[in-house]
Design a protein around this ligand. Structure first.
Ligand code: AHM
Ligand code: MG
Length: 335
């Protein structure tokens, strides 16, 4: 097998398609390097004394795990000095982190969920890092939180790293989706799949079924119909998977199709959903669309949503096109 490294892939994308300016290439390589360091910490587990709670809470009031904090620090440390970024924002930080004056300021903004699927850390199940890249628009000096309030369709790149049986990096720069596997012996990311495509149809759904009694009627109806199997209106049997790590659930969908949902529910009627628009939904929606899938909040395309707040939440329905369309049509029909 001819081995193509992440660096070679990025250089060729830059040369052939002009998709990747130099700063963006550096940014992606630095994020990939940070993910390697996070992977090492994750792999050490109890031996590295990285498991368990850190005894603090993030801006959402969620208990932070030690690895949430370590991963956040690694991403900031590796990214702040390269000259490619103006600022960063993270699920684990209250406000944005502007690149300190001692370093040059670049033109990009980096957003991340440093360690997604936190509830799986201590039980040795797949977790991941999700990231999104925006360009700082306008020529004003300095950078503010408003600079981050751009709809997901303006992302310059997005990706995730899944720390599973294999450590994999999945990336889009707006020209399809490529997957890289970490070769632990050489320490390099090797391209293992390019032009990833999500099948349009599926017989597999992913949702936390324990919340069923709290869902809105369109979501209930969709799942009800799936559960009726081949004798019901769908005419086929469905299978269910729920890892409770979005990275792992989305990775499965990119690999063999499926639909993932984390919908609004009535326990928190004022919140549109659990997942975060800027750190989770936007990057995953960009990747899924680039792989031929679809991503909505039940009504509209996630990538069209105009963010109003950094830590904004959103309902998420993404994956195989025909199923996402079905769920979205049910919501629109309900008015
Ligand atoms: P986190 O960013 O705090 O880890 O939360 C996000 C995670 C997603 O990865 C996953 O899809 C979801 O929360 C699981 O939630 P639940 O435990 O309610 O099923
Ligand atoms: Mg998360």
């Amino acid at each position: 097998m001819k081995r193509i490294s992440l660096t070679q892939y990025l250089v060729e994308q830059q040369r052939e398609h002009g998709h990747i300016p130099g700063q963006l290439r550096l940014l992606i390589e630095v994020v990939a390097r940070a993910c390697k360091r996070i992977a090492i910490a994750v792999n050490k587990g109890a031996l590295g004394e990285v498991l368990g709670s850190a005894g603090s809470e993030n801006v959402q009031g969620e208990v932070q795990k030690k690895l949430d904090i370590i991963s956040n620090e690694v991403l900031i440390e590796t990214n702040e000095w390269g000259g490619h970024l103006a600022a960063m924002a993270s699920e684990e930080m209250d406000s944005i982190h502007v690149v300190p004056n001692r370093y040059p300021q670049g033109e990009y903004l980096l957003l991340f969920d440093p360690l997604d699927g936190s509830s799986n850390i201590d039980v040795n199940v797949s977790i991941g890092t999700i990231f999104s890249v925006l360009r700082k628009v306008g020529h004003t000096r300095g950078v503010s939180e408003e600079d981050f309030h751009q709809p997901g369709k303006h992302q310059a790149a997005a990706g995730y790293c899944v720390y599973g049986p294999q450590t994999m990096l999945v990336l889009t720069v707006g020209d399809g989706v490529a997957m890289f596997t970490l070769d632990r012996e050489t320490g390099s990311w090797v391209l293992t799949q390019d032009g990833v495509q999500i099948p349009e149809d599926t017989k597999e759904f992913a949702i936390n079924m324990s919340n069923m009694r709290h869902w809105a009627p369109p979501v209930k109806q969709y799942i009800d119909e799936c559960l009726q199997g081949r004798d019901g209106p769908r005419g086929k049997d469905f299978n269910m998977r729920w890892v409770a790590s979005m990275v792992a659930d989305v990775h499965r969908i990119l690999t063999r199709g499926g639909i993932f949902m984390y919908p609004w529910d009535q326990r928190e009627p004022d919140k549109p959903g659990k997942l975060r628009l800027m750190y989770e939904a936007n990057p995953m929606a960009f990747i899924v669309e680039q792989a031929g899938g679809m991503a909505t909040n039940g009504r509209e395309r996630i990538l069209d949503i105009q963010p109003e707040k950094l830590h904004q939440r959103v309902s998420v329905v993404l994956g195989s096109k025909n199923e996402v369309k079905r769920v979205t049509d049910l919501h629109l029909a309900a008015g």
